[in-house]
Design a protein around this ligand. Structure first.
Ligand code: ATR
Length: 275
């Protein structure tokens, strides 16, 4: 049986084993998927041991995505752009590093939430690893404008400058939160870590255009602070990042197994279990 795993520290909370088990059942794939806790100073050794034991691939989560990037022998374009790796595939020719987070986000937005990105005004909040990981797939979806807003303006500006060559027809720009006053967006994506501190990013009111969607990459029980603030500010739709979690897993599964599972049914099942 082909073995896969998610590796992180901590790892007990990970939903990836149940998501991949559901994908395997759905597609009739004979595979196992486990959760592996690596010591903070033992990422590469733990990956090596899993590979030596017949492992075919791994998902990588906090805090090892940069180490996985460094460990890979080859990188996909989206992993290169993200500067981080969340998926490893072991082959005869070495370790391939991929990053499926941004593609998972775009897939959740378009396939599960019915959100059109092409030609739209998109606001991305945050300029850390989560924002960087989403940028290449977001730009590939062809929004009219993509604005990166961050608490620390210089980080947003650096990120926009780095992705300018990938912007094609999209107007890519950077600003601070205050400069958003008076502007309206069709889609606002929260890629800041503010929810971890139980906070919403400090945004000016009136951000949401008619029919706009507010999307938080984080998820939890009920609304995150960003989602609650977006509802209060008149967003027509709000969504958390559980669908992104499922769809990034679906992208990894597709890379490993060569066939795409249906994320929507697994997402519905997961939401039912979360209550
Ligand atoms: P991640 O990998 O989750 O993106 P990160 O690289 O540490 O984590 O980036 C965290 C992001 O959340 C940054 O954009 C950070 O803003 P700064 O660059 O100004 O630090 C943002 N962030 C964290 N806490 C925030 C808060 N309370 N309000 C707004 N933005 C916040």
């Amino acid at each position: 049986m082909d073995r896969y795993a998610v590796i992180g520290h901590p790892i007990a909370h990970s939903k990836s084993p149940q998501i991949h088990a559901a994908f395997a059942r759905q597609t009739g794939q004979d595979m196992s998927y486990e959760a592996i806790l690596a010591p903070l100073d033992g990422f590469a050794a733990t990956v090596q041991a899993f590979r030596d034991g017949g492992g075919r691939g791994m998902n990588v989560t906090v805090p090892f995505k940069l180490e996985a990037f460094a460990l890979a022998d080859r990188l996909t374009a989206r992993a290169q752009a993200a500067g981080a790796v969340n998926t490893l595939a072991f082959g005869d020719d070495g370790i391939l590093g991929d990053n499926t987070d941004g593609a998972g986000l775009v897939r959740d937005l378009t396939a599960n939430l019915g959100c059109t990105l092409t030609g739209r005004q998109v606001l991305l909040l945050g300029a850390g690893g989560a924002a960087r990981g989403a940028l290449l797939p977001l730009l590939a979806a062809g929004p009219a404008a993509l604005t990166i807003a961050n608490r620390t303006l210089a980080k947003a500006e650096a990120l926009a400058a780095a992705f300018l060559p990938n912007a094609a027809a999209t107007r890519l720009s950077a600003c601070g939160f205050d400069e958003l006053a008076g502007r309206r967006f069709d889609l606002v994506i929260n890629a800041t870590a503010a929810s971890l501190a139980d906070e919403a990013p400090p945004l000016p009111p009136g951000l949401y255009a008619d029919g706009a969607l507010a999307y938080d990459m984080m998820y939890g029980r009920g609304d995150t602070p960003f989602m609650a603030a977006a509802r209060a500010d008149g967003a027509a739709g709000v969504a958390d990042g559980l669908g992104m979690l499922v769809e990034q897993a679906a992208e990894s599964f597709t890379l490993w197994r060569g066939l795409r599972p249906d994320g929507a049914t697994v997402l519905a099942e997961l939401r039912r279990r979360l209550g």
